[in-house]
Every structure is written in C-alpha cells, then in structure tokens.
Design a protein around this ligand. Structure first.
Ligand code: BG6
Length: 517
C-alpha cells in the first residue's frame, strides 16, 4: 500500500488509482441487503471498476435474508451507486460491473443455503474465470461472524491451494463487544481460518489522509526531531460527527460511542501519530509499532476513569438550522437508554518519547460540526526576548492534521505584525489536498478492498492489536457499567458535548481547540 502511496504518478495523483488490476476472485458479501453494501461497498467497487483496478475475472455474490433475486439486486445496486458514488456514474464502467453481480437469498444458520452458495460460486467461477478464489466480506451484525465462518468451514469453502486459489475473510468492526468476546471470537475463527486469511477492517485506515500521517512523519526530515515530549505539550484528537444514529439504533444502543469509535478509529489515529518509525512498510513492521503504543498506554485505575474520562448523551437540539430529536427518541433506541453518544478521554503513553504528554481524545454524535483532526500543540518558546509583549499573545505553535472533511495540514506560528512597535500576531500556513492534488470521491473502502484482493494486510488489524485496544478501554467499560450515568442527556445536539469535557481540559490548564480553524 505504502509503495503506491509514496510513488505518485506524473499528474501528482497518488493512492490506489495508480495500481495494477487486483487478482481474479469472487467477492461474497454476507449481509448484502444492508446499508454498508449500498452506501460504501458497492460505490467503492464502482470506483475501483472505473479506475480499471478490478480484475476482468471478477464477480460479486450478495448473500442475505432479504427477498431479492439477481435482477432486483442489480437494480438496487444501480440506484445505490447513483446515490452514493459522489459523482455522475460512468455508464460503461458500471454496466460492466453490474452484469457481474449475483444474489442469493439465504439464512446464515442454514447449512443447505451454504451448499447452494457453493454451487452458485462454482458456476460464477466457470462464467467469469475467477479461479476459485474468494473474498468473503462479513457485512452482517457481529453476532453472526462466528456462525458464518463455521458454515463456510463445514461446507469446505475456505480451502486454499498453494500458489493457486485463495480464500480471505473480511470482518467488519466491531470485532467483539469487549476483551473476552474478542478473544473468544478469535479462538473460534482460528479453528477454521489461518491468521493469514483473516482481514479485520477499520475503514479509517483506508482514508488517504490517515495514511498520510506516516508519509508526513517519516518522509520529511524536519518534523521527527521535534516529535517528542521535549517539544510537544499535548495532542488533541477529535472525531466529531453531526449525524445521529440513523437507522442503526439497535446496534448502537448496545455498543455506544466508546466501543463504536475508540478502540478502533481513534486508536488508529493515536497510534499512527505516536508510533516509532517502523523498520519497513511491511504489514507486520507497521503493526508492531502501532501495537507497542497501545501496550504502552498507562492503564486506567477506577479513580483515573472518574477523573480522566467523560461520557455524554445528546438531547434534542438544532443542527444546520434543523430541529433534531434526542438520542432516546431515535428509532430502535430505548427511551430510558443510558448509552453514551459522546466520549472524551485523557490518556498517557508510558514510553521514552511521550512520558507525561497527554493525548486527549474525543468523539461524539450530533456535535456542532463534522470534523476529524489531530492537533499537535507545541510548547511555548522561551519568553526571554519578548518581555514587553503580553504573555497571552505569545501563542504555542500548533500543527493540525486535518483528516476530514477539508483534508490538509496547517501550521500556526508567530510573526511580527508590521509597524514600528514590536507586536506579535498569530498566522497560519495552510496546505489543502484539494488545491495541490485534486481529489476524487472515495468512500475509504477502495484501498482496503483492493488490498484484500491482492493480499496486502498492512492496513488491517492483527488480533493482538484488536485485543490490546479492548484491553485499554476495559477499565472504562467496567467503571461505567458499575456507575450508570445520572445526568443523561447532558448535551444538546448541535453543541460540542457535555461541559465536563471542557472541564477535563481546564483542570490541566488547557482547552479544546476550535476545530476546523
Ligand atoms: C463507523 C461507526 O465505523 O464510523 C459509525 O460505526 C461512524 O458510527 C462512522 O458514523 C464514521 O465514519 P466516517 O468515515 O464518516 O468518519
């Protein structure tokens, strides 16, 4: 993956657009009737098809309980791509992909359905020359993961041949509900699959700007020398959403913001920001360094959980001038739910580079603005030369990696305000991806699907990473379970979350920065 990222092409475009077509295979989507297939997977496959990155020997089989047939599935996917591709659909590319789509209705618990699926796959292999290789994608509710793998194993559908047919299984997050269930799931699927066949997806790793954290840090000589406790005051990571739980209330009310976002997406951002340079960009070299950071996170005692974590749930409010309901009034959410829709945490990484430097993380739904960013706040310059200048005007340097929606990097520094008197002003240097590279619409899944088809696991999670992620958040889950919140809902939709999140920073003499600026 990184090779493609780093090389670039003559027109300055980088990323998966520059690769060769992926390997022949059939992609089987379990749970193809759901939102993920419509909104993300099919538009991502279309983008790959348009970029000529799918093999000519490629096909898709949707498998789900919904009553479609191949014709109606193709119609539904055509509408989905028109709605979610983010650009006008190129007829030829879509037509070519669309006639490679098949559908089979079936129940994940029905062994006969898997036998029928096996027969359909044999036919698809003959018609499209997919060489028997299969990419199974589990876009189902997590409770079906182990069952589907068991059925695939019993039906003899995951056998590989050296140098020939391969079978890989992609697991959507969340992988487990907590540490014990993640371990149990790993144990269960290891009976049938080798670790090499397992792809635990986290779509944040498919985002160009997330991958760019590595390029920014390790392809430039000037940042790494100051990337440590000596020069950095603290790091703030924000993943803020304006959307609520949409049609996912049943899942979300069980999961909550912590499980849904922190051990996966936020920890990806934190580990890529904090990790040591890997010895190469091989999958395991990068993942080893990420895993080391997770293992170095200072364990939270119950006391720490009370002081260093904040949870919130949104009440009704206004977003973009529209009234939106409270979380407890969302479809499929309990009217007395105590599930959190906002989390803020202060974590410390106990290693030589980061000792005593706080990493503040926050994420939430129905917040004021959709924005994902990593802000690196540097220590103030020694003050000696500017004695006559009021203290508050000597600002700290700030480097912000803007992940979405306005992808870019900005650096804030001090400059002399023109004039006879020595006065300092805050200025900003701004790099925007759009201005320099132009950007094509993507869902974040393109790179990941492509990588799974060529067998590159760099951007996927290893079992130990998933488990260590759960290990870090377990004390929080335990304390929160033992002490249910008494003040929910505690923030209005359209705000920046509960006031306790601000207090968490104020106790350290800091504040959350105004995102997007
Ligand atoms: C998903 C979470 O993994 O990520 C959702 O389950 C969340 O709750 C989504 O909305 C955010 O992804 P993105 O790409 O929109 O930042």
């Amino acid at each position: 993956m990184i090779d493609r990222l780093m090389t670039g092409s003559p027109d300055h475009r980088t990323g998966w657009q520059d690769g060769r077509p992926a390997e022949p295979c059939t992609m089987v989507i379990f749970g193809a009737g759901g939102d993920l297939t419509k909104r993300k997977l099919m538009p991502a496959l279309y983008h790959l098809a348009k970029g000529k990155l799918l093999s000519p020997n490629f096909a898709v089989v949707g498998f789900a309980k919904e009553e479609f047939d191949t014709e109606s599935f193709r119609g539904r996917m055509t509408e989905a791509v028109q709605q979610f591709a983010g650009e006008p659909v190129e007829e030829t590319a879509w037509k070519d992909l669309c006639q490679r789509l098949y559908y089979m209705q079936g129940d994940f618990q029905d062994a006969n359905a898997f036998q029928a699926l096996k027969q359909l796959l044999a036919k698809v292999e003959q018609d499209h020359g997919t060489r028997g290789s299969c990419l199974y994608y589990l876009a189902t509710l997590p409770k079906f993961f182990a069952e589907v793998v068991r059925q695939l194993g019993s039906a003899g559908m995951v056998c590989e041949e050296a140098g020939g047919r391969w079978c890989r299984v992609v697991f959507e997050k969340p992988f487990g509900h907590d540490l014990d269930s993640a371990r149990a799931l790993d144990k269960e699927i290891a009976k049938i699959l080798s670790e090499r066949q397992i792809y635990r997806i986290d779509h944040y790793l498919g985002k160009e700007t997330v991958q760019n954290i590595l390029a920014f840090r390790f392809a430039n000589g000037i940042f790494e020398p100051v990337w440590n406790r000596r020069y950095i005051d603290h790091v703030q990571i924000t993943v803020a959403e304006t959307v609520g739980v949409e049609r996912r209330g049943a899942y979300y009310d069980e999961a909550g913001a912590l499980r849904d976002m922190v051990p996966n997406h936020l920890f990806q951002l934190m580990t890529l920001t904090a990790m040591e340079p890997p010895i190469s960009f091989q999958a395991d070299a990068v993942r080893d360094e990420q895993a080391k950071i997770l293992r170095a996170v200072q364990p939270l005692s119950p006391e720490d959980v009370l002081h260093r974590t904040v949870r919130g749930q949104y009440g009704a409010g206004m977003i973009d001038g529209q009234h939106v309901p409270a979380y407890r009034s969302e479809p499929s959410v309990s009217p007395t739910s105590n599930t959190e829709t906002f989390v803020a945490l202060k974590l410390l990484i106990d290693n030589w580079r980061w000792a005593d430097i706080p990493f503040y993380l926050r994420t939430g739904k129905r917040l004021k603005q959709r924005v994902t960013e990593i802000a690196i706040q540097f220590k103030r310059a020694p003050y000696v030369l500017f004695r006559e200048t009021p203290v508050q005007s000597l600002a700290q340097n700030l480097l912000v990696l803007h992940i979405q929606p306005d992808e870019g990097i900005s650096l804030r520094f001090e400059a002399k305000v023109p004039g006879p008197v020595l006065r300092l002003g805050d200025v900003k240097m701004d790099f925007k991806y759009q201005d320099y590279f132009g950007t094509s619409p993507t869902t974040g899944y393109e790179t990941l699907l492509y990588d799974a088809m060529i067998g590159d696991a760099t951007l996927f999670q290893r079992a130990d990473m998933v488990e260590t992620g759960w290990f870090v958040v377990m004390p929080i889950l335990d304390v929160w379970k033992a002490l249910p919140p008494r003040n929910f809902p505690n923030y209005a939709a359209g705000s920046w979350g509960p006031k306790e999140a601000q207090e968490l920073m104020e106790r350290d003499g800091r504040s959350w920065r105004e995102c997007g600026t």
